[in-house]
Ligand binder design. Structure first.
Ligand code: ZN
Length: 399
């Protein structure tokens, strides 16, 4: 497994120890070509579907238990995010194959297309689950041109994406091993995370509308300063979340003032707001509290406020039966585990709608991810792969 992990990490490697493999880039396609060769050499079946998802299959007479993650990375990302889950899945298949044991389910190690959203986000997993929408393809995150260019590079056709859809009854479940990408496991000194849910997120573009004016001649009491309203709001976001919504996170990730000069009072302030929770009622409450506060800060200064929703992802609970199987597999291996939710999005949230889905986390050094310095101790990677194997056998045995 280490040899395969390192071989993959060399594809699109960056000088500082990370990888640069955005979805359907040359490096990503090279990683997929490497994977298909590796799968053929292992005498497993290869499968590439209409959404470009690449799989190794250990066939059996029964539904398919999917194990996987993604080979694509964020620009200048780390070696572990996504890659670990696919390589470990491949090695679960190899271990079962080597044991000669016949399972009542087919095992499929799958690399989903465009998990990271350089193009669309969860493109391959949503296509497989049947939740991909034409709208998502017309106005994708990365822009329509980038999507079309990526599809062409990969030899894919847009109208073929829909053929990746699988019937739920053809699936026995989905399990994904992934690095935590946060500090919870490391801080707790625990080896395995049992992921109970994936957070939902909402994002809004807020524009405070005031009046520009001369920064020297306009008295402080005669201003409609959009920048000050934005600043007060940003401070309030932290206060509201910490005080009233424990367990949630909220972020103002960008602010732009216009006209934007030393000597002009800001006429408008554009604020990028995002917040996350595992519970949709909590998200509702947080949305009301944050938007009300934005309105208060605007009216206090006689400003206008435009609110535009720009993203909405529902929280996804993962399957309790799969959670139990992960927890038991960890315990059988003598590994410590704790239950936690994922603050980041994953392919499992697309799969959870059509088949029992679960996730296994392993610790991220310093909680660091989406960075070349991303690191998980190799022992932890192996622990995660063994828990994935144990979980797959347990789920297969339940059928
Ligand atoms: Zn990932």
């Amino acid at each position: 497994m280490r040899a395969d992990f390192d071989a993959l990490a060399a594809i699109g490697a960056t000088p500082d120890g990370g990888v640069d493999r955005p979805s359907l880039s040359e490096a990503h396609l090279a990683a997929r070509a490497w994977f298909l060769e590796r799968v053929a050499a292992a005498r497993l079946e290869r499968r590439v579907d209409g959404a470009g998802n690449h799989s190794a299959v250990l066939p059996a007479d029964g539904p398919t238990l999917l194990l996987g993650s993604h080979f694509d990375s964020v620009p200048n990302g780390g070696r572990f995010d996504g890659a670990l889950g696919v390589i470990a899945a491949l090695h679960v298949l190899l271990a079962v194959q080597a044991s000669g044991r016949a399972l009542p389910v087919a095992l499929e190690a799958i690399d989903f297309t465009d998990e990271e959203g350089t193009l669309v986000g969860l493109l391959g997993s949503e296509a497989l689950a049947g939740t991909l929408t034409p709208e998502a393809l017309l106005a994708p995150r990365g822009g329509r041109e980038a999507l079309l260019a990526g599809l062409e590079r990969a030899g894919m056709r847009e109208e073929q994406l829909w053929t990746a859809r699988r019937q739920p009854r053809s699936l026995a479940g989905y399990v994904e091993l992934h690095i935590e990408q946060g500090p919870v496991l490391e801080r707790a000194g625990v080896q395995i995370g049992v992921v109970t849910a994936i957070v939902g997120a909402r994002s809004f573009s807020l524009v405070f509308r005031g009046e520009a004016g001369h920064a020297g001649t306009t008295p402080m009491t005669a201003r409609k300063d959009a920048g000050l309203a934005a600043a007060a709001f940003i401070g309030a976001v932290e206060e509201i979340v910490v005080r009233d919504f424990p367990g949630c996170v909220a972020t103002v990730g960008d602010v732009q003032f216009e006209p934007g000069a030393y000597n002009v009072i800001p006429r408008t302030a554009r604020v990028a707001l995002e917040f996350r929770s595992t519970d949709s009622h909590t998200l509702d409450g947080l949305e009301v509290a944050l938007l009300e506060r934005a309105g208060d800060e605007a009216s206090r200064r006689g400003l206008g406020l435009d609110v535009t929703p720009v993203g909405r992802w529902e929280p996804t609970p993962l399957d309790p039966g799969v959670c139990d199987a992960v927890e038991e597999a960890a315990a059988e291996l003598g590994l410590t585990s704790l239950r936690l939710h994922s603050g980041a999005g994953h392919d499992a949230q697309a799969l959870a709608g059509v088949t029992p889905a679960g996730m296994i986390f392993v610790p991220s050094r310093g909680g660091l991810s989406h960075d070349p310095g991303e690191l998980t101790a190799w022992d932890d990677c192996v622990n995660g792969a063994n828990v994935l194997l144990g979980t797959a056998l347990a789920l297969a045995g339940r059928r």
